[in-house]
Write a protein that binds this ligand. Sequence first.
Ligand code: ADP
Ligand code: MG
Length: 246
Amino acid sequence: MCLIEQVNRQCQHLKLSSLTTALPELLQQAETNELSYLQYTDLLLGHEVKTRNDKRLSANRRKAGFPIEKHLESFDYRHQTTITKRQVNQLLDFDFIDNRHNLIFIGPPGVGKTHLSIGISLKAIDAGYKVLFVNALSLVETLEVAELKGELKKKISSLCKFDLLIIDELGYLPMNKQGNYNLFQLINALYEYRSIILTTNKDFTAWGEFFVDENVAVPIIDRLIHHSKIFMLGGESYRLKQKTNT
Ligand code: ADP
Ligand code: MG
């Protein structure tokens, strides 16, 4: 067996899968640049580490379950003036995740709440955090199904595995009593343990409308807003602007 074949086999044996394909090119780079043995070792290992890291990040992006990819780079702060680029950039050191704090975006439809939440979350994934995006209604449904199966605790623990949970569009429809209770169980489990980004079209004063049970609404709100940054977004709907521009 020639040496290159032997090296390939050893790479496969050690599960250094990216090296098997990249080896000829890396060898060529070493030759061309007259790399030292140490530099070449660094090149080889660096390649494998980067490939594994990229794979992990793209798996985490997939697992996050975003309905669509929205990037902060395409967010237009000239249209949305009730939040500044600096305010958003300040969040990107992810102290809020490390300190288990929450972000709450409140505002009418179309003002960029979901766009900002996904944009910030994509950056969080790049920084190594595990993120899950859920729509509030489907979350309530999922919890209900789990509760009926006697698996609410198990479901909540699986949601607590993520560093950051995005609950999008809370408040579009009212929930029943059991829905309130299940959501309370989840918020309670996440409180001071994981971070939440919440988007809602309703101000806290109107939250009673979708939490039918006042006794549950108050402690949920209490836990959500304690240690949270609240952004009240206003302005014109971007969807409407796009409609009127065309
Ligand atoms: P909301 O969640 O507040 O209802 P979205 O974030 O879903 O609004 O925004 C609606 C649409 O408009 C999306 O396609 C989003 O990308 C776009 N959009 C909203 N605000 C902006 C903005 N300031 N710059 C660029 N696109 C925006
Ligand atoms: Mg939205």
